[in-house]
Each structure stands twice: as structure tokens, then as C-alpha cells.
Design a protein. Structure first.
Length: 225
């Protein structure tokens, strides 16, 4: 058998694997089985979706989706959502709310996607985010409408007609509308997990092999004393 002064040979490796096969392979089998079950039986996740058409301020959106996403993930807006849901407004709860929602840009529309392990909760959260966003855009719409009226009045007072090149569309102020409200979806969404059986098995094999050689060398030292 090998010692600190001797080089490790193939015979030594085989001898350790034969002698310590339970220590090496049983944990690997257990890890592989656990990883297999993890991949085969993912937790049930439910999704609730709503769709809003973003309003216009002239030729611009009342709020672009990339900006909207940041705002709706901010603490003040999350607190408004929590108020509608009548839940605690501590930092952990707000983080959970933020992680459960996604705002997807659909070229003039925004899709609010909420996932949760409970279909009722997914619906309630999606509905709350939809209402908070809609209320926010009502305020933006009224402000834009007021600004547009002021602009028209100023132009008339200055006796300078609006040039035709600016187009009628530039004077439009269109409110945001809820096209598809959130609904309860009792069918869980399919979660695809990356295969981890081989990776976890190799890691487990490496660890148990190192442990087996460490124990074997320690035993040799003990016997040599």
C-alpha cells in the first residue's frame, strides 16, 4: 500500500476503491437519486397574467416599459401593492413581492406576469400590481392632458399656429387601458430545470474518493507507529 514516501500506483487506486467502495459509491448513488427526483418533480408554480395598453403623450408613451419596470419594483409602489393585498409591509415581504412579478414589453403593451406556488395568491398579486400601475398611469395621463391644454393655450395667446409638420398625433393624449385583467389559472406552469444528475454525481464521486484516500493514508500512518 502507498505511503508518503512512495508514489501512488494504479494498483493502489484500485485497492482503495475495492476496500472503500461503500464509502465512495453509496453517497454517489444517494446524491444521484436525490438529483434525479429534484429534476423529475419540480414544485408546482402557478402564473397569473394581465395586459395593459400603455397610453400616449403625443408621440411618446406615458411611461416606457423599461422605466415602468424600475418604478414598479421600487419600495413606494411595492408598499401600495402590499396595502391592496392587506399584508405586512416589512422588507422581506416587499422583496418577495418584487421577485414574484415581471413586466414584459410587448411593443406598446405591458404584460404583468406573476408566479406563485398558490394560484389564488398569484391572481391577487397580479391584480394588485395591475391596479397600482393603472392608478399611476391615470395620474400621468391627467398631468399630460393638463400640460397639453396649457401648451395649446400658450400657442393661441402667442398667435402662432401649430405647424402642419408637427402632425395631429403629436397633440394626442391617450390614457392607459387594461386590455386583459388578471385571472386565476389553476393549471401549474411547466418548470424546466437543467439536468444536474451527472454534475452532482461527479462532484460527490470526487469528494468521496478524496475522503477514502485520506482515511486510508491516515490508517497507514496509525499502523506504522
Amino acid at each position: 500500500m502507498f505511503s508518503e514516501e512512495q508514489e501512488l500506483t494504479i494498483e493502489d487506486v484500485i485497492r482503495v476503491f475495492v476496500k472503500r467502495w461503500k464509502l465512495i459509491f453509496l453517497p454517489v448513488i444517494l446524491v444521484a437519486f436525490t438529483a434525479f427526483v429534484y429534476n423529475m418533480y419540480p414544485p408546482k408554480v402557478y402564473k397569473s397574467v394581465s395586459l395593459l395598453k400603455i397610453g400616449l403623450d403625443g408621440n411618446r408613451y406615458l411611461e416606457p416599459v423599461y422605466s415602468l419596470d424600475k418604478v414598479m419594483h421600487s419600495t413606494p409602489q411595492l408598499i401600495e401593492v402590499a396595502k391592496l393585498l392587506k399584508i405586512n409591509m416589512d422588507s422581506d415581504t416587499l422583496k418577495t413581492l418584487a421577485s414574484s412579478v415581471e413586466f414584459k414589453d410587448l411593443n406598446g403593451y405591458v404584460e404583468i406576469i406573476v408566479t406563485d406556488d398558490n394560484p389564488q395568491y398569484a391572481f391577487m398579486i397580479a391584480d394588485a400590481f395591475t391596479k397600482v400601475l393603472y392608478r399611476r398611469h391615470q395620474v400621468l395621463y391627467l398631468n399630460a392632458k393638463s400640460n397639453m391644454k396649457s401648451l395649446i393655450i400658450d400657442v393661441k395667446e402667442l398667435l402662432r399656429p401649430i405647424p402642419l409638420s408637427s402632425g395631429v398625433s403629436e397633440l394626442r393624449v391617450v390614457p392607459t387601458t387594461v386590455e386583459v385583467p388578471a385571472i386565476i389559472n389553476d393549471k401549474p406552469v411547466e418548470i424546466k430545470r437543467k439536468p444536474i444528475v451527472m454534475t452532482m454525481s461527479l462532484i460527490a464521486l470526487l469528494i468521496t474518493t478524496i475522503l477514502a484516500f485520506y482515511i486510508e493514508r491516515k490508517n497507514i500512518k496509525t499502523e506504522g507507529k
